[in-house]
Structure formats: structure tokens, C-alpha cells
Design a protein around this ligand. Structure first.
Ligand SMILES: NC(=O)c1ccc[n+]([C@@H]2O[C@H](COP(=O)([O-])OP(=O)(O)OC[C@H]3O[C@@H](n4cnc5c(N)ncnc54)[C@H](O)[C@@H]3O)[C@@H](O)[C@H]2O)c1
Length: 507
């Protein structure tokens, strides 16, 4: 992590200028400008690149150079890039991460680390060869409610964890959004088990300080897609009303133009013109590369699942039962952790119901806009963590208020990402900062789950050939100076030793 630059500010390049990169660009030009400089962009779409270069100029950094992905190495050298931030579609991560490391830059990469076992090997090989740093931005760890659950488990209050039951519900606006663009293709996103659930599998491994060993998965595409009962019923209703087949994209749906006549305000569609940012980033830029952001969720070609159920074994004996649903009437999650001395339960409502405005619009990701959506009395917006020991009464654990997106996780994460390399890592007894090994551990569940969905059989994680051991050291080291009241946490992986089988010959 040595800087190429003598100044105290590290130079960052951002690869992939879509939705997610905004958070990082904003942090570099704003709250963390004293420790970070924006050196360059790497983006193939000239339209999106222009949106971001204009934004940077407005924020006092004119003329940020943009490079094509093929010129990544040249960019790192010519622009003296210390760290590449990767916010591109999931299947492109491994190549960009490995190339950046070999070109002499550290990497900050969005989840999921990669989508395949081969991608894991590509990254673990490059880390082993270069010994450079790869930071995984697992922002969910930093959400105060998730941090508090970690604290409870690590304190030993509920004893040794025996099992975890974890249910995640995406609602019919946010959930539907994964079926409109590249996420709908398993070879680009890894499906929701990799793209979305890698957040959740990381949380479980981190909460219980353990590694997955075996995965059995069931699931399917049951609501979205052109052959689901919902799609068939809709098509029959449209035909009875004399309407032509649904348009291939949602733009026009809010006001009934461009083929949406007779279906104005369709609740499953996204009209890119209704949101200035979506229009500028995607609709106005699509003639450059044909990336269509608003495909109909009932169109053909979807290769991912919208309902998933998993049974996962962990190394020290705990089991996880997990479910993901992408078309719920509300959004949030429920986690129950059973231990030898008691039980902890976390319940989170991010959006109690989906209510659309008069133009048929809603916020896509409710967790990214906390408080923007109030629930009702029956399902109020908010979170609750309850712990109960055997033979004791339940007690509610206070959850500190978070600030900003993703349950308050984004803002604290950015401090670790940008300040730690310059000011030194903060002492964090919860060990929230994540590295590439945490990323491998998280995608190992989804990749195994995808293999299990394909074969109908349980899959041993060891058979994937990930190129590195994902075991979590146990018992964990007690952080220096930790008193008995301080939680015990497993050490965060800096540079674990790759296995002697980096090419994955065990697969
Ligand atoms: N942690 C979170 O909460 C969170 C939230 C949203 C997205 N993400 C992650 O961020 C990443 C980006 O998601 P998004 O919604 O911004 O996607 P997006 O489609 O909006 O943006 C991706 C951008 O990458 C560009 N691109 C494609 N291939 C490239 C390449 N080889 N090199 C450089 N640029 C390339 C595309 O043209 C596009 O501009 C994904 O991995 C996603 O999982 C994380």
C-alpha cells in the first residue's frame, strides 16, 4: 500500500461510471479530499464518462482524463494511480482487479468480488504475485444494526452459534430492478446468489467468524420473465383488452407513450425519463453501447432466479438456512441466531410497503435513501435487535442511529476506505474492514449455490478450487489491549497464504 506519490493524498482512478461510482467520486471530491485525489476514469461509454467529467469539473476538478478498459495499465502508469476503485458489472471485476494489481495499483472493489471460481483464482493469483492490497467494500457490515449483532455474538452472550436463519425480502420495485439490466444475466452478475446475497453471506461469515463448507440450493424464476404465471396472466389480460404484447422496455410507461398506450403507469415498469439522473446516465448514453437500463421484467432472456432457498454448513458446525425473495410487498430482513446460551433476533424494515407517486415512480433502493419512505403502524420503518438468554427475559439492544445510505453503512465505510491508507487503520474491535479473502468467502456460497442449482446436489466449497483457504482462524485473537468486556473478533485478513493449489486442481 505504498503510495506512488510523495504527497499525503493518494491518487484514485475509478473504473465503471454508472450508479455506484457516484458515492466514491463524491467522497474523493468532498469529505475525503484532504487525503484523496481524483486522477482518472476508466469507462467505455463516452456518454457516462461525460456525465462524470462534468460532475468533477463542477466540483472543482476539471479535465479528469478518461481511459478505455483496454488501456487500464497505461492509465495507472501515466496518471500515477495509487488505487483503482472498481465499480463495473460483476463479471468484469476479476480481470480489472488482477490487471490493476499487476500494473502497480492497490484496489478497492465493490461487491461481489467476482462471479466464478475462476474469477477467484484470477484474483488470488494476482494478490499472491504482487502482495498488493484489495479492499472489499462490504458496506452492510458498517450499518449500525449489523455491527451491533456482531458485537452481541462476539461478546459470547448467546454462547457458541449453532444455527442462523436469515430471510431477505426485496420488494416489487427494488427487487424488480435486478431483472431490467445486466443483473438479469447469470454470466454477468452471477445471479442474485452472487450479486446480492454476497452481502448477506459476508454478514453471516463475519457475524459468526466462520467459513462455509457445503451448500445446497433450490430456487427458480417464478414471477419475472416471460413464462411465469404472472406474465401469462398479464398477457391474457392485455390480449383480452386488445393490447399488443408488452413493450420490451419501460420508458414511456409513466405517461403511456411509446407502446405503453392503454397501460400508462404500469407498476412493474421503469421510465428512465422520469428521473434526471437515470436519463443522463443510461437513456441518453445508450446509443454508445446499447446498454438498455429499463428492460421489461416480463421479457424473455432472464437467466437468474427470483426465489432462492439455501442450506449452508459452516466449518465449526453451525448451519445457515437462507431465503431471498425479489418480489415482496415490503423490503427488509430478519435474522435469528441460535446459540448454546440463548438467541439473538434482528428485524429490519427498509420499506413497509410500496407506494408509487402519481407518475408511477418509487425510489428504487429504499436502503440507499434512509427515512425517505415511512412505513405504517403495522410494519413500521426501522430496526430492532432483541437478545434473550436461556431462562432469562428478552432485552432490546439499542442500535445507534446511522447516517446516510445502506443503513448508515456507506459513510463509515468511506472513512475506512479513504482515511486508513493515509492516517493508518483505526482500531476497530468489530473488524469491519474487509479484504479480498472476505470477498472470496462471501462469493463461495453463491458460486456453490449456483452449482447446486444446476446439479440438484449439495456442493462442497472445497471442490470449487478457489485458489486460497477461506477458513477463519479459531479461536480468534484478542485485540491488543482488549478488556474482558470487549468483543472477541477474528483477525481481518490482510494477506493470507494462498493454497499450494492456486490453479484449483481439486475442482
Ligand atoms: N455495495 C452496494 O451497496 C452496491 C450498490 C450498487 C452497486 N454495487 C456494485 O457496484 C458495481 C456497479 O454497479 P452499478 O449499479 O453502478 O452498475 P452500472 O451498470 O450503473 O455501471 C457500471 C459501469 O461500468 C461500465 N463498464 C462496463 N464494463 C467496464 C469495464 N470493463 N471497465 C470499465 N468500465 C466498465 C459501464 O459502462 C457502466 O458505466 C456492481 O459490481 C454492483 O454490484 C454495490
Amino acid at each position: 500500500m505504498t503510495s506512488q506519490n510523495p504527497s499525503t493524498r493518494r491518487r484514485y482512478a475509478v473504473a465503471g461510471l454508472g450508479h455506484r461510482s457516484h458515492m466514491y467520486v463524491d467522497a474523493i471530491l468532498g469529505d475525503h479530499a484532504d487525503v484523496a485525489e481524483l486522477a482518472a476514469f476508466c469507462e467505455p461509454n463516452r456518454g457516462r464518462a461525460a456525465v462524470y467529467t462534468d460532475l468533477a469539473a463542477e466540483r472543482g476538478r476539471p479535465g479528469v482524463p478518461t481511459y478505455a478498459p483496454a488501456d487500464l495499465e497505461q492509465m495507472i502508469t501515466a496518471e500515477h494511480v495509487d488505487t483503482l476503485i472498481v465499480t463495473t458489472p460483476d463479471a468484469t471485476h476479476a480481470d480489472l482487479v488482477a490487471r490493476a494489481l499487476r500494473a502497480g495499483a492497490d484496489v478497492v472493489v465493490e461487491k461481489p468480488l467476482t462471479t466464478t471460481a475462476q474469477g477467484c483464482r484470477t484474483i488470488t493469483d494476482a494478490v499472491a504475485e504482487t502482495s498488493r492490497s484489495v479492499v472489499m467494500t462490504f458496506n452492510y457490515r458498517y450499518a449500525p444494526r449489523n455491527s451491533e449483532l456482531r458485537r452481541v455474538i462476539a461478546s459470547g452472550e448467546i454462547g457458541e452459534v449453532t444455527s442462523v436463519h436469515f430471510e431477505w425480502v426485496l420488494d416489487s420495485v427494488h427487487g424488480a430492478d435486478y431483472f431490467r439490466r445486466w443483473h438479469r444475466l447469470k454470466d454477468v452478475s452471477g445471479g442474485l446468489l452472487v450479486h446480492k446475497s454476497s452481502h448477506h453471506f459476508d454478514l453471516v461469515s463475519w457475524w459468526i467468524a466462520d467459513a462455509p463448507t457445503r451448500v445446497y440450493a433450490r430456487g427458480g424464476l417464478k414471477v419475472y420473465g416471460d413464462t411465469s404465471p404472472v406474465a401469462r396472466e398479464m398477457a391474457e389480460r392485455d390480449a383480452a383488452a386488445g393490447l399488443p404484447p408488452r413493450p420490451a422496455r419501460g420508458t414511456g410507461s409513466a405517461d403511456g407513450t411509446r407502446g405503453w398506450e392503454g397501460r400508462a403507469g404500469d407498476r412493474w415498469a421503469l421510465d428512465l425519463r422520469a428521473d434526471e439522473r437515470l436519463k443522463a446516465l443510461y437513456l441518453d448514453a445508450e446509443h454508445h453501447d446499447g446498454y438498455v437500463r429499463d428492460q421489461d421484467v416480463f421479457s424473455a432472456g432472464i437467466t437468474i432466479e427470483d426465489n432462492l432457498a439455501l442450506l449452508v454448513d459452516y466449518e465449526r458446525g453451525a448451519t445457515l438456512t437462507y431465503s431471498l425473495n425479489a418480489h415482496g410487498p415490503w423490503e427488509g430482513y430478519r435474522v435469528s441466531v441460535n446459540g448454546t446460551k440463548g438467541r439473538a433476533e434482528l428485524e429490519v424494515v427498509e420499506r413497509g410497503s410500496v407506494e408509487l407517486d402519481e407518475r408511477g415512480r418509487s425510489i428504487l433502493d429504499p436502503s440507499a435513501n434512509p427515512g425517505a419512505w415511512e412505513g405504517d403502524d403495522v410494519r413500521p420503518f426501522g430496526d430492532r435487535l432483541v437478545v434473550q438468554k436461556h431462562w432469562g427475559r428478552a432485552r432490546e439492544v439499542p442500535i445507534p442511529a446511522g447516517i446516510g445510505g445502506h443503513g448508515g453503512g456507506d459513510a463509515i465505510l468511506l472513512q475506512d476506505v479513504f482515511r486508513a491508507p493515509v492516517e493508518g487503520a483505526r482500531h476497530d474491535p468489530l473488524g469491519r474492514a474487509a479484504g479480498y479473502l472476505d470477498g472470496v468467502r462471501a462469493v463461495a456460497v453463491g458460486i456453490s449455490g449456483n452449482a447446486s442449482l444446476a446439479s440438484g446436489q449439495p456442493v462442497d466449497v472445497a471442490d470449487l478450487g478457489l485458489g486460497v483457504s477461506i477458513s477463519v482462524p479459531w479461536p480468534p485473537e484478542r485485540p491488543a489491549g482488549a478488556g474482558s468486556a470487549e468483543p472477541v473478533v477474528a483477525p481481518h485478513d490482510a494477506h493470507p497464504t494462498p493454497t499450494s493449489d492456486p490453479a484449483g486442481a481439486t475442482a
